[in-house]
Design a protein around this ligand. Structure first.
Ligand code: ADP
Length: 424
């Protein structure tokens, strides 16, 4: 199998967002958790998104992991690799966008790489190399106070220049507006001047397609999901990929189905209340979980009695007042961690009881479950709700499984049943 596109994402949620975007554009896409083993058997796919957690680690480690991911992707035929960064360019002067870009460019042999976090449809635009978040420049947006990567300069030419050993140039909007040939000519000119990376402006979504087409003439690009959209559209338009229907129903997995909710968001609380009208719901006692009580065993006993009769839901979620009270008593991190680990243990017990269809509500909760079950990769399937696709486990020692992993605020009022309907 030859990949049309390889992607290396510097965090997990960004990777999921990109994998979902590529799928919606017609690319059959697998998202892996970390750099996979060489032995991972992939289904027929067009794109693989390798999820790293490298955004805020030491630059040398981020470079090493990205290069390992790049070798894996190139080894499976990826002619083009997108290094996927956050659309707000989250980074510091120490990295990690510049150092990773420099290393991947050196490995690719490209003279110059196109860089843009633009995604106009989601309010991220770049003009004269300055990134805007909605109506304000990056350095006036809430990102200026980000705890790990405070963004105090909107000029991406300057920001990247401080991180990279390369000279950084600009392909401005006037050039982008003239189309593919003008952009290519500008890149040739910049490369001849010794510029190794160019920030490219984009203010309207159709420009992403032009940028994607031009980028496909290179072996590497750096960008956010907007760049992913441009690359995917470019691959489909040039027939390098035969667009797949993203919404084909997955092959049935069958067997019992269970839902777990660890999110305490308003949307999830309402979805749990709605689920109570159609399936048995067990509300865990968060205090007992944190105190190390036998809640996991109680939940598994409760579930085993009901798994044969239809879907069920186990929830730790409680209201903001109750959450605040628990956190005051035990500390936010300790309480959160204890509950995540209890949910992970419950998922493990459910799998042992034959459950291979799981719906999980909560971003951190989902991460804890996927880590515990050691699922190496997912094939992205139909969308249950915007941003929440059905995921099919790939290369899992437990066999076939389908999952839905939802961040707290996503999904409609009947999310749990909506998900189950798409997970036969
Ligand atoms: P979301 O996607 O809504 O942010 P997460 O799963 O990412 O959901 O985060 C929810 C956090 O709250 C997790 O750390 C989870 O363990 C914790 N949690 C779950 N239930 C409770 C509760 N009843 N009280 C306090 N914390 C809770």
């Amino acid at each position: 199998m030859t990949l049309a596109l390889g992607c290396i994402a510097d965090d997990y949620t960004g990777a999921s967002d990109l994998a979902n975007m590529l799928t919606r554009c017609g690319l059959r896409t697998v998202q892996t958790i970390g750099v996979p083993d060489d032995a991972l058997a992939l289904p027929e796919v067009d794109a693989v998104v390798v999820s790293l957690k490298s955004r805020s680690i030491a630059a040398a480690d981020a470079v090493a992991r990205a290069r390992e991911a790049d070798r894996w992707l190139r080894g499976r035929g990826a002619a083009h690799v997108l290094f996927k960064i956050c659309s707000t360019f989250d980074s510091t002067d120490a990295g990690n966008i510049g150092p990773v870009m420099d290393a991947l460019r050196a490995d690719s042999g490209d003279a110059i790489v196109l860089v843009t976090p633009a995604f106009p449809g989601t309010g991220r635009t770049v003009y004269q190399g300055h990134l805007f978040v909605g109506a304000v420049p990056l350095n006036e947006s809430p990102l200026k106070d980000h705890p790990l990567n405070p963004m105090r300069d909107s000029s991406l030419v300057r920001v990247l220049g401080r991180q990279s050993a390369s000279r950084i140039g600009l392909v401005d909007l006037a050039t982008v507006a003239k189309g593919d040939d003008a952009i290519r000519a500008r890149l040739t000119e910049l490369a001849a001047q010794g510029v190794g990376a160019a920030i490219i402006d984009s203010v309207f979504d159709p420009e992403l397609e032009v940028i994607g087409r031009v980028a496909l003439g290179h072996r590497l690009s750096v960008g956010a999901s907007g760049m992913g959209l441009g690359l995917a559209r470019g691959l489909v338009a040039s027939s390098r990929v035969a667009a797949a229907t993203a919404d084909a129903m997955p092959e049935p997995v069958g067997g019992p189905v269970a839902c777990l909710a660890g999110s305490c968001s308003q949307a999830t609380l309402a979805q749990i209340a709605q689920a109570e009208t159609s399936m048995p719901v067990l509300r865990l006692d968060p205090e007992k979980i944190v105190a190390g009580g036998a809640e996991v065993a109680r939940a598994l006993g409760w579930a085993r009695e009901r798994l044969g009769t239809g879907p069920l839901l186990i929830a730790s979620s409680s209201t903001p007042d109750q959450v605040a009270a628990l956190q005051t008593r035990h500390g936010r991190d300790a309480a959160g961690h204890a509950i995540e680990q209890a949910m992970a243990a419950i998922s493990e017990g459910l799998v042992a009881a034959g459950v291979h269809r799981l719906v999980i509500a909560g971003g951190e909760t989902s991460g804890a479950v996927v880590d515990r079950l050691r699922i190496p990769a997912f094939l992205v399937g139909p969308e249950i709700a915007p941003g929440v696709p059905v995921l099919r486990a790939v290369g899992w020692r437990g066999g076939d499984a389908v999952l839905a992993l939802k961040s707290g605020n996503f999904g409609g009022p009947d999310f749990f049943n909506d998900a189950i309907r798409l997970m036969p």
